[in-house]
Ligand binder design. Structure first.
Ligand code: GTP
Length: 597
């Protein structure tokens, strides 16, 4: 295809506004099998793979579209992950496109969470094509939503296309607009190969598959290529595209998007945003904007049942096959036994991984307090990077501690602004900027990452009823008056609950953790003191009163079947408890004790 007849675009949409339904329609209109049908077919024929937890990815679909002007166009529809921790991945996917379709539910209007992606698309100079979906619904109000797009996002929405992705009404007009209103890519076939690595994943049959966008030159079968950031060199074995079924080709030219395989062993060898070039005739300059994925949040993951340790290791290895940004190494804890110290791109990434481990691999886990990387400047002049409070050296040896700060951008409707400002202020935030777009405020705050890793995101969602969107990047390291807060249950320190906090907040955090644990740990036959301490100094204390025997006797008395039921229930409950000395602490206590209300 001539480069003037290529269009690369992605679809930006809020959850449930109809991105998948519209994609499927576009694919069907171009005569291909829809993504969903495709997935079902593949999955049906690959039950074993599904059981093994291997997912099928086909994020980019090539379509051939015969436009009303009679010409044939190559359309590459790219999928983007919709998640703040993956903002970098999203930015690379968008950088591989010239345009984006912005889908807005005409009965709902613009939602805050979409904005971060729209702004990224604008930053990447993408042409934005607004599409109003669900115009079949009685509540659809096209004019209002058009006005809102103009007010909130600040782009011209007069040409917005109203469609019903569900019924197919007017969807063809979207394809026409893609051809007419989105610009074709630019690129020079005579220059040396220069391509951007958009994504990669592990396939049981083909090994690592790399999705790439060719900028200049051609990517050919048999060619020796170099990945510039990792300095890896490989021979290209296969080149192809997804329709969404795989189709092998001889080569990909400038402006085209497709995949290749090259006997690359691990996904970790392929970095999103890296530049792929010809080994013998390399491009002079790598693409701008490459950032290596670096874990910024760490926590310990321990099996509730120590016998699950090997299963946990295997499950994590499986997840890592397709997610090189997640790292883990074995760790042992005095209280929790053997487990793993894990690194994540952010808090939501942590949640996704732990949820997958629990759901897909059926593991019961204890997650220890999330931690960021602290720089400990020691008296002897050395600097230690610490990401586990359990590794904190003696205070007397430390000169000062530095912690990472982020710059956060929050978009929130006016009504919830006050609550959001208070939340940021409570977390040691420094307001940098406050501006308005329509009835929405955009606030920029500097915050210590260590305040954000404890349920900041959950709190933000809850104080804004889900309307606030949040985006951040690490800014710098700054000195802070930080201390290690330890929690003692029945006089024994529970290392999984120790956290690093700002001194000014240590007492209130300590008190709130003790209060929470008092609620979360069931009473035993003896009294249990719960204490928070900095070093040897106890700063907060709660006591769980002992159970009275006669109360027990009463409630277990009577009908034998009821008694058995109670015992069974207790047994099931037991599985999710961990013993600390003589005290049993339920699994959920670990995460819940850390939440700040
Ligand atoms: P996620 O996959 O969760 O991100 O959602 P999505 O944005 O891909 O939305 P999806 O396409 O799954 O559609 C969400 C819901 O809206 C589904 O129940 C669709 O059937 C429905 N829907 C999509 N398009 C239309 C439409 O044009 N009209 C009506 N009435 N419903 C629609």
């Amino acid at each position: 295809t001539a480069i003037s007849h290529i269009r690369n675009f992605s679809i930006i949409a809020h959850i449930d506004h109809g991105k998948s339904t519209l994609s499927d329609r576009l694919i069907q209109l171009c005569g291909n099998v829809s993504n969903r049908e495709m997935k079902e077919q593949i999955l049906d024929s690959m039950d074993i793979e599904r059981e093994r937890g291997i997912t099928i990815k086909a994020q980019t679909v090539r379509l051939d579209y015969r436009a009303k002007n009679g010409e044939l166009y190559q359309l590459n529809l790219m999928d983007t992950p919709g998640h703040v921790d993956f903002a970098y991945e999203v930015s690379r996917s968008l950088a591989a496109c010239e345009g984006a379709i912005l889908v807005v539910d005409a009965s709902q209007g613009v939602e805050a969470q979409t904005l971060a992606n729209v702004y990224q698309a604008l930053d990447n100079n993408l042409e934005i094509l607004p599409v109003l979906n669900k115009i079949d619904l009685p509540a659809a109000d096209e004019d209002r939503v058009k006005q809102q797009i103009e007010d909130v996002i600040g782009i011209d929405a007069s040409g917005a296309i109203g469609v019903s992705a569900k019924s197919g009404l007017n969807v063809e007009a979207v394809l026409e607009a893609v051809v007419e209103r989105l610009p074709p890519p630019k690129g020079d076939p005579k220059k040396p190969l220069k391509a951007m690595l958009i994504d990669s994943w592990y396939d049981a049959y083909l090994g690592v598959i790399v999705l790439a966008r060719v900028i200049d030159g051609t990517l050919k079968k048999g060619q020796r290529v170099k990945l510039m950031a990792t300095d890896g060199s490989y021979q290209v074995e296969r080149v192809g595209i997804f329709r969404p079924k795989q189709e092998m080709l001889e080569q990909l030219g400038p402006g085209e998007v497709g995949f290749f395989t090259a006997a690359i062993k691990e996904v970790a060898d392929t970095r999103v945003g890296d530049t792929i070039t010809d080994e013998k005739n390399p491009t002079a300059e790598a693409l701008p904007g490459f950032k290596p994925a670096q874990p910024v949040v760490f926590c310990g993951l321990f099996p509730v049942d120590a016998a699950d340790f090997e299963d946990l290791r295997e499950a994590m290895g499986r997840l890592r096959l397709n997610d090189a940004s997640f790292s883990f190494e074995t760790e042992s804890s005095a209280a929790l036994g053997f487990g793993f110290r894990c690194g994540f791109l952010g808090l939501l990434h942590l949640e996704i991984i732990t949820e997958r481990l629990e759901r897909e691999f059926n593991l019961d886990l204890i997650t220890t307090a999330p931690s960021v990387i602290y720089h400990l400047h020691m008296n002897d002049g050395s600097i230690i990077e610490m990401h586990n409070p359990a590794d904190m050296p003696e205070i007397s040896k430390i000169d000062h501690i530095e912690e990472p700060w982020i710059e956060a951008t929050i978009l929130v409707p006016d009504d919830y602004l006050g609550a959001v400002l208070k939340l940021c202020q409570d977390r040691r935030g420094r307001q940098k900027q406050l501006t308005y777009a329509g009835s929405r405020a955009m606030v920029v705050y500097e915050l210590p990452l260590n305040e954000v890793v404890f349920d900041f995101y959950d709190r933000l969602k809850s104080v804004s009823r889900g309307y606030a969107s949040f985006d951040y990047h690490i800014k710098n390291y700054e000195e802070g008056d930080l201390v290690k807060l330890s929690i003692l249950v029945n006089s024994e320190p529970v290392d999984a609950l120790s956290i690093i906090v700002h001194r000014a907040r240590a007492e209130s955090r300590g008190r709130s953790m003790c209060e929470k644990l008092k609620e979360l740990i069931p009473p035993h036959l003896f009294q249990i003191p719960i204490q928070a301490a900095i070093g040897a100094k106890v700063i907060a204390r709660e006591t769980i009163k002992a159970l009275r025997k006669d109360v027990l006797a009463k409630c277990y008395g009577g009908d034998i079947s009821r008694k058995r039921k109670l015992l069974d229930k207790q047994k099931a409950g037991k599985k999710k408890m961990r013993e600390f000395g003589k005290v049993e602490i339920p699994q959920e206590a670990f995460i819940n004790a850390l939440k700040m209300d």
